[in-house]
Design a protein around this ligand. Structure first.
Ligand SMILES: [Zn+2]
Length: 241
């Protein structure tokens, strides 16, 4: 994996701006990991994909996160700062091909959800979680007799979902305390939407810088994007922008 250059970031933003989150995640990773095919990246479990995205975000915009949120109890505006290491979790195993589980006479073989499953669920109508689960159930048998995966009892479904979460943990929930009213709660962290909103802000800034430098000096977009950020900044300061 490599950090994304300004022109690669801009390309990913352009291609992903009208796409759902699952495609945005794959576009960013595809640009950073050219040694892996799009199919390989789409088959990574969601936890593994998000951990690569955290790594890419750290290489691209640094390890510090700042999030603005509102207290659910008193409405106070809060600013939360944390680091990649505060939310990173180690997976139990390195993306196992298949997992198995037994209970109530059932033997269940399943795999972890990946971006292809999320992609299929995104465009599906009906119960998306159910579809996601069905795609990941590989084989169900009761007392040695094969059963339809659609008829797995609710208690077993819960065990499968729990086992998936332990094998493929996503980010650690952040523990929050309101500075005004001391209300405490937990917040999940979504690296795809965080990274993308940061990329949106970065793109607006970058396009403006390109516009100012190109109209002042007549330089080409590619040359401006290829400049070191501090050099670009120095030119902008010289022309008072
Ligand atoms: Zn509060």
């Amino acid at each position: 994996m490599r950090a994304l250059s300004a022109s690669k970031l801009l390309n990913a933003w352009e291609r992903g701006s009208r796409q759902p989150p699952v495609e945005r995640a794959l576009l960013l990773l595809g640009a950073a990991c050219p040694e892996q095919t799009p199919e390989e990246l789409a088959q990574l479990s969601i936890g593994r994909r998000d951990s690569l995205l955290l790594d890419l975000r750290e290489r691209t915009f640094g390890s510090q996160f700042v999030s603005r949120l509102v207290c659910q109890k008193c409405g106070e505006q809060l600013e939360l700062a944390f680091k990649v290491s505060d939310i990173e979790v180690a997976a139990e195993t390195n993306d196992p091909e298949t997992l198995t589980l037994n209970g109530d006479g059932y033997d269940v073989m399943f795999r972890l959800p990946n971006s292809e499953d999320v992609r299929a669920a995104t465009v599906a109508s009906g119960d998306r979680e159910q579809l996601l689960l069905q795609r990941c159930l590989l084989r169900v048998s009761k007392d040695g007799v094969e059963q339809s995966t659609a008829e797995l009892p609710a208690a077993l479904v819960e065990m499968v979902v729990d086992r998936m979460a332990r094998a493929d943990p996503q980010s650690v929930p952040l523990s929050l305390v309101c500075a005004a009213c001391s209300h405490k709660w937990f917040m999940g962290f979504d690296i795809v939407s965080y990274f993308w909103s940061e990329l949106n802000a970065w793109t607006s800034r970058m396009l403006r810088e390109v516009h100012v430098l190109a109209s002042t000096y007549g330089w080409r977009e590619n040359d401006i994007l290829a400049m070191n950020p501090w050099r670009r900044q120095s030119y902008l300061e010289m022309i008072g922008k």
